[in-house]
Design a protein around this ligand. Structure first.
Ligand code: HSE
Length: 450
């Protein structure tokens, strides 16, 4: 980190400092404290007032923290600290005590910057309302996709447009795991172990691999994109634990890659009313799709809007420094509001679109079947798709050599769009067919135009 850089107007700032309190001093908090301290001159020039770090709330005092700050700033009394700040930076994570501290900060007139996706996805509306009631800001750019400027573009830059779809890779851990499976052929368990060894995955990787982290981010993205309250409970969630090396290989044979996608898109219900579909699940993407080339632990979000067309946001989605960059952008924004008065635009939920049940959501499936290779098998399989009103886009058959001389084949069926309920019912019936040995794999397909 560079030395303190004096901004061009430092020394001419004749205003009171904006008092900043930091809640949490983990990987992100440490970087935020470092930037507040080492970049104080430039930050003051950008804000129009100095940013004064008035305290850092930690769980335990006395830890050796490699930070250029006055040790007396550390405190275990977060409740007291938030009462003497203009801006509270919450990087503790989790629901409590973060939620209570944020509400307490608002009640004392402080704006809040948070990276806490779990809290926002669980109880965002309560917090948005409390911020509005107290005339303060709640900014949370760092809660989704780390350093990537995404939430403010959705909320502000695209405020004059109509967003139709947000499709994103918003979890770096799962992207790393799937990328390893794709490039090396290794299985899920081995790829997770490697991700853990390299520090990409937690010792308990559940939140990432089961899709909880991505689902919280999808709820935040959908709320902003569609001016509708979407909570974690509204998000259909499937993780990547069931994705096998064979699935990844099957995707490769189709010219596709498997990605864990957060998908938020407008839909229409049976009555013709507009809805939103919000879901997280693994899906096959054509390798030519912009998101297919997102490698390793990077994040990328693809946004479609009626006037803007297709937009792509790409960058590091996690890590202390990248996340601190997003936090600091918010700190500067809300501190500027403190200096000039007023607050930034709040969340709008005027559209109040209904969240579409997954069963009614229109998707495409790639189904891999182990079947007997004899007359009538293809017709029987096709018949099941037809009974459920599912149109087949493509079928491929590959012979399989078995030791017993019995004819066996692998059938791959790719469908056109149909409701998820119809596709799921089709797969269920296929499983019961005598000529089907097993349904070896089912993956949704995204990014095509069928
Ligand atoms: N665990 C997340 C990821 C980063 O792997 O992308 C924090 O949201």
């Amino acid at each position: 980190m560079g030395a303190d850089r004096a901004g061009p107007t430092e020394g001419t700032l004749a205003v009171e400092p904006v008092k900043v309190a930091l809640l949490g001093c983990g990987v992100v908090g440490t970087e935020v404290a470092r930037l507040l301290t080492t970049q104080s001159g430039e930050l003051a020039s950008r804000v129009g007032a100095p940013l004064e770090l008035v305290g850092i709330a930690v769980r335990r005092l006395g830890r050796d923290r490699d930070l250029p700050v006055d040790p007396s700033l550390f405190t275990t009394d977060a409740e007291e600290l938030v009462t003497r700040a203009d801006v509270v930076v919450e990087v503790i994570g989790g629901i409590e005590p973060a939620r209570s501290l944020v509400l307490r900060a608002f009640a004392h007139g402080a704006s809040v910057v948070t990276a806490n996706k779990a809290l926002l996805a669980a109880d965002g509306p309560t917090l948005y309302e409390a911020a509005a009631e107290n005339g303060v800001d709640l900014y949370y750019e760092a809660s989704v996709a780390g350093a990537i400027p995404l939430l403010r573009p959705l909320k502000e830059s695209l405020a004059g447009d109509r967003v139709t779809r947000v499709l994103g890779i918003v979890n770096g851990t799962t992207n790393y795991v799937l990328d390893q499976m794709d490039t090396t052929g290794m299985g899920f368990a081995e790829a997770v172990e490697q991700a853990q060894a390299l520090g990409y995955a937690e010792a308990d990787p559940t939140a990432d691999v089961e899709g909880f982290d991505a689902a919280a981010k999808a709820a935040i993205l959908a709320s902003l994109a569609f001016h509708t309250r979407v909570s974690l409970d509204d998000v259909h969630r499937e993780g990547i634990t069931e994705v096998s090396a064979a699935d990844v290989r099957a995707a490769q044979l189709q010219g596709c890659v498997v990605k864990l996608l957060a998908i938020c898109e407008r839909g229409v219900d049976a009555a013709g009313d507009e809805t939103v579909s919000v879901r997280v699940h693994p899906a096959m993407l054509p390798r030519a799709h912009q998101l297919a080339g997102v490698r390793g632990a990077f994040n990328a979000v693809y946004v479609e809007a009626e006037s803007a067309g297709q937009l792509m946001f790409y960058g590091p989605g996690a890590g202390g420094q990248p996340t601190a960059s997003a936090v600091m952008g918010d700190v500067v924004a809300v501190a500027r509001h403190k200096v000039v008065g007023g607050r930034g635009p709040g969340e709008s939920a005027y559209a109040q679109l209904a969240v579409q049940p997954m069963a009614e959501t229109v998707t495409r499936y790639h189904v891999r079947l182990d079947v007997a290779d004899k007359p009538g098998v293809l017709a029987q399989v096709a018949g099941v798709f037809a009974q459920h009103g599912v149109s087949i886009e493509a079928v491929q058959q590959r012979q399989v050599t078995t030791g017993d001389g019995a004819g066996r084949a692998v059938l791959v069926v790719v469908t056109h769009s149909a409701t998820d309920a119809a596709l799921a019912a089709t797969v269920e019936e296929l499983e019961d067919l005598e000529i089907v040995d097993s349904v070896a794999g089912v993956l949704r397909v995204e990014g095509g135009d069928a």
